[in-house]
Design a protein around this ligand. Structure first.
Ligand code: MSP
Length: 471
């Protein structure tokens, strides 16, 4: 059963921010993987989960600023995420919200289990807290007394009675050996090395509850405290498989996707919680890189946030999908600019794929050629690239095929041919295009549908261009 199913997740995003190209990037990558495995394993054997992280101090404060209750606020933001994913043609199977009482119930039962097994104890915590990250820092981790990820936010010093999870013990006894034995994978390898060296430096127990935060899940054995938002957020991946009907067998997850900013939580803390609760571990945790925009961090205050809507308005749905996923090698950091997107759109989509399809369709239309397709298959290189999360490699391979067909056309000069010879060449171009289309399906689903429609009809007729040139 286990090799016959695939379960992929994205982080559940904080609702204090609207969806932007960072969250779109991860969600799109998960969509491509889910579409690929649906074709390979069958639709019902894939589960793609995304959602929103809705508890915690940060969300409560933003709600207050908007004169709303936290629930009113989160309810008003969630549709924005769903709309953004729809806009990008992201076909998730379920959208989980941590305010869903069914999630709260599972999280609460898991917490109780950890408590009953002796992994949780009462202590006191004192230290710098960054509300942007919703986590405590060590003094030594701060830069100029500021959070390295949120230098614009004040660090608050907090002291409170907290419950702690015995992270140190579980990591030393179980997590570290399991990473070393590759019982679950942390990818790319460079990230695994970073995690390993951080674990080897030694970890402290973590506080898993908050005294002053009411917007959260109460601890079942001490209702004066709520669960630390990160702990119950991680549990979403497991809780969805339990509270949704018929999804139990999807656990353990095959792939947790995220950027490197939150890898520690996913590659160490989550595993420790699962081990302590006797639950199977996810198979792979993959952290991709971080985007900058024209060399700068993307931020509201710099006003350089790019929204999925902007991309879709300019490049169309599949244009946006292609530009995002091919922007950088998956796993590495990279810089994005709309100028480079324009260039790439024209080169690869308007000229490359779009032009190939329209020139062949025009020739076929003119000579009233009828195409009977042969069997197409996913290229071996694309199979292996996608199963290793090398989307850019898969696309590069497909684009090389596009170039080869273009070159063949230039060499053949089919406009000078007629009769059987012309038919043979058209048959060849169309077979190649059909195969290219099949390989592009997880990446550009709508474009592939359009291509299939052009060539599958008894009389081939080119419709409007797939990717109109940018003005
Ligand atoms: N709520 C937590 C996650 C809990 S998961 C159990 C959280 N949310 S977040 O809204 O801040 O999302 C972080 C994630 O958004 C990153 O890990 C990444 O997937 C995506 N990205 C946000 N900005 C990004 C870039 N600039 N570049 C690439 N990905 C980015 O953390």
């Amino acid at each position: 059963m286990s090799s016959k199913k695939y379960y992929v997740t994205t982080p559940i995003y904080y609702v204090n921010d609207a969806p932007h190209i960072g969250s779109s990037y991860t969600t799109l990558a998960a969509d491509i993987i889910a579409r690929y495995y649906r074709d390979k394993l069958g639709k019902n054997n894939v589960f793609f989960l995304t959602g929103t992280d809705e508890h915690g101090q940060k969300i409560a404060e933003v709600a207050k600023k908007n004169n709303q209750t936290p629930l009113e606020f989160v309810d008003s933001i969630v549709p924005k995420f769903k709309e953004a994913w729809k806009l990008l043609n992201i076909d998730f199977d379920y959208f989980i919200r941590t305010t869903d009482p069914r999630h709260e119930k599972v999280a609460s039962a898991l917490l109780q289990k950890l408590y009953d097994k002796g992994y949780i104890y009462l202590g006191a915590y004192e230290g710098p807290y960054c509300i942007g990250c919703e986590r405590y820092y060590k003094e030594s981790e701060l830069l100029n007394n500021r959070c390295p990820l949120h230098p614009d936010k004040e660090i608050s010093h907090q002291r409170e009675k907290n419950y702690f999870f015995k992270l140190k013990e579980v990591v030393e006894d179980y997590v570290l050996p399991k990473i070393k034995n590759k019982e679950y994978k942390i990818l790319p390898e460079i990230r695994e090395n970073e995690i390993l060296s951080r674990v080897e430096e030694g970890v402290d127990d973590i506080s898993i509850s908050r005294e002053g935060v009411t917007w959260g899940i109460p601890l079942p054995w001490d209702k004066t405290q709520t669960c630390y938002v990160w702990v119950e957020a991680l549990m979403n991946y497991y809780s969805a498989t339990l509270f949704l009907e018929g999804r139990q067998h999807f656990w353990p997850a095959d792939l947790h996707l995220m950027a490197k900013d939150i890898l520690w939580f996913h590659a160490v803390i989550w595993e420790a919680l699962l081990i302590a609760a006797d639950i199977d571990l996810p198979k792979t945790v993959f952290a991709h890189g971080f985007f900058t925009i024209n060399g700068q961090k993307m931020s509201k205050s710099l006003g350089n946030v790019i929204t999925p809507q902007e991309l879709v308005n300019k490049y169309g749905i599949d244009g946006a999908r292609y530009l995002l996923i091919s922007a950088v090698a998956f796993g590495t950091d990279g810089d994005i600019s709309l100028e480079s997107f324009d260039q790439k759109y024209n080169a690869d989509l308007a000229n490359g794929l779009g032009n190939l399809v329209s020139r062949v369709a025009k020739m076929a239309e003119k000579s009233e050629f009828q195409f009977s397709s042969k069997d197409t298959k996913i290229y071996d290189e694309v199979h292996s690239a996608i199963s290793e999360y090398r989307f850019d490699t898969a696309l590069k391979f497909i684009w090389d095929k596009i170039t080869l067909v273009d070159q063949a056309i230039n060499k053949d000069e089919p406009w000078k041919l007629e009769g059987q010879k012309l038919k043979e060449r058209l048959q060849y171009y169309l077979e190649e295009i059909a195969e290219i289309a099949l390989n592009l399906k997880p990446f550009l689903p709508q474009t592939v549908e359009k291509i299939d429609k052009v060539f599958a009809s008894p009389v081939i007729r080119m419709q409007e261009p797939l990717f109109p040139r940018l003005k």
